[in-house]
Design a protein around this ligand. Structure first.
Ligand code: ADP
Length: 436
């Protein structure tokens, strides 16, 4: 009966291996017995009847082990196999040693062979010692009962059995010790894993609650700044307006960061949801054009956007799609000092590919995976633009949640290209197929 302790789990895990080895051992034994039987019958045709009995007993034992390991892999398998070895050993000894003549010469090596093979099974020190001891005892008892004097053959047989027993017990001891060490290490690692998972959950909860606590007062600050800018508390000097605009800009950055942290904690808790709908890409493109105009004001960088025909409608979460595209464009602005930034939309086998290309500093190939992991920023501190390194990890997860992908192609000094794919709306897929 399983009681669910770690030791039981380890034993249960080992049983199939024990069953396998028992079967292999039994088959090897059967092959040896058959070969010995054939040689014996060829050499001594007269002795076929008693010899056949002996080998039949051997084979019956082997068959029993095979059946036991096939029928009941798991429950008390090792004890059953050990018991059958001992029973057959006893029967065999008493039969063979009471048979006069040259049978006695055959008995010793057969018993040594049988017991040594049995001792090779992975039974553990205690069982190994028991089997060895009982085998030796059975043989000695059979010799004593047969009334035979201690001859050289018997002495050799005893010594061989004792030698096999020592080797078997020593091997089992070494295996048991290593097994225990491995079990202990596995237990410790499992415990550490559990603690780390718990710490991860606590960290996520902390991140989520702190982010919520930060967002509320920040929204209040932004609300009051808006009221001030709307002259709700009286007219403002140009200098005062300028300061309020700076407050709004910095507070908005902070608000974005907090929203990203909240998204990240939801992703890690598996609670981030998207609401997919069919919508037009046109408004998103015109929004992005206005945003880029503001972001690139005073920069030596031009912005171009292009939307291919037949890719107007997509199946995605409109807010989340905008979040991803904004993040890609903001990154492009951050990492491009001069040249061009392009936003393109083109149909691609049931999907729409939205590509943001820049002529900026680029990303080394070794970092192409890392940039999609949270808090990873690949450029050194002197070049590093503001940001917490979480935008791309959130974007990539959002793309997956919407049934799409986000990939990068980039080379240092030659710019970067981020491609986001999202499913094309059903009607557009149909019209695409018709056109094709
Ligand atoms: P953040 O931009 O806030 O640091 P992201 O997750 O958006 O975080 O980006 C992670 C990192 O990937 C950036 O810090 C930057 O090193 C690199 N990166 C992203 N976009 C670009 C780009 N267009 N050109 C060069 N490097 C980029």
């Amino acid at each position: 009966m399983e009681n669910g302790t770690p030791e039981d789990a380890t034993l249960t895990a080992r049983r199939p291996a024990i069953a396998d080895r028992l079967q292999t051992g039994a088959l090897v034994l059967a092959a040896i017995l058959l070969a010995t039987g054939v040689v014996d019958v060829v050499r001594r045709p007269g002795g076929i009847v008693p010899v056949a009995w002996i080998y039949l007993c051997h084979l019956a034992l082997v068959a029993l082990v095979l059946i036991a390991t096939r029928r009941a892999p798991g429950a008390h398998l090792d004890r059953l196999a050990a018991a059958s070895v001992m029973v057959w050993n006893a029967l065999f000894c008493s039969y063979a040693l009471h048979t006069p003549g040259e049978m006695s010469a055959l008995v010793a090596p057969s018993i040594v062979l049988l017991c040594s093979a049995a001792m090779m099974f992975p039974w553990g020190v205690r069982m190994q010692a028991l089997v060895s001891f009982v085998s030796l005892l059975t043989y000695l008892a059979a010799c004593a009962l047969s009334g035979r004097a201690a001859d050289l053959g018997m002495l050799y047989a005893c010594m061989s059995l004792a030698g096999a027993a020592v080797i078997s017990c020593a091997g089992a001891y070494v295996i048991d010790r290593h097994g225990k060490i491995i079990d202990e290490q596995t237990r410790r690692l499992t415990e550490q894993n559990r603690l780390m998972r718990e710490a991860g959950v606590r960290k996520d909860e902390f991140l989520a609650s702190v982010s919520h606590e930060l967002r509320t007062p920040l929204n209040v600050v932004l609300g009051y700044v808006d009221l001030l800018l709307d002259h709700s508390f009286g007219p403002l000097e140009p200098g005062q307006r300028d300061i309020l605009h700076r407050i709004t800009k910095n507070a908005s950055n902070l608000s974005h960061l907090i929203n990203d942290l909240i998204d990240l904690s939801r992703i890690e808790a598996g609670r981030l949801k998207v609401e997919v709908a069919t919508f037009d890409l046109g408004p998103l493109f015109s929004d992005m054009r206005s945003v880029m105009e503001v972001l690139l004001a005073g920069h030596d960088v031009v912005f171009e956007s292009y939307m291919a025909p037949r890719c107007g409608r997509v199946l995605a979460d409109p807010d989340r799609l905008k979040q991803i595209v904004s993040n890609l464009l903001v990154n492009a602005v951050k990492f491009t000092e001069q040249g061009k930034i392009t936003l393109r939309a083109e149909p691609r086998e049931g999907y729409i590919a939205l590509t943001v290309t820049d002529t900026g500093i680029g990303i080394p190939e070794a970092a192409h995976r890392a940039i999609f992991e949270p808090f990873r920023q690949v450029h050194d501190r002197s070049r590093r633009a503001p940001g917490a390194g979480i935008g791309l990890s959130i974007s990539s997860r959002l793309a997956q949640l919407m049934g799409g992908t986000l990939v990068v192609a980039s080379e240092p000094g030659r710019g970067s290209q981020f491609t986001l794919t999202v499913p094309l709306a059903a009607v557009d897929v149909q019209s695409d197929a018709e056109v094709a």
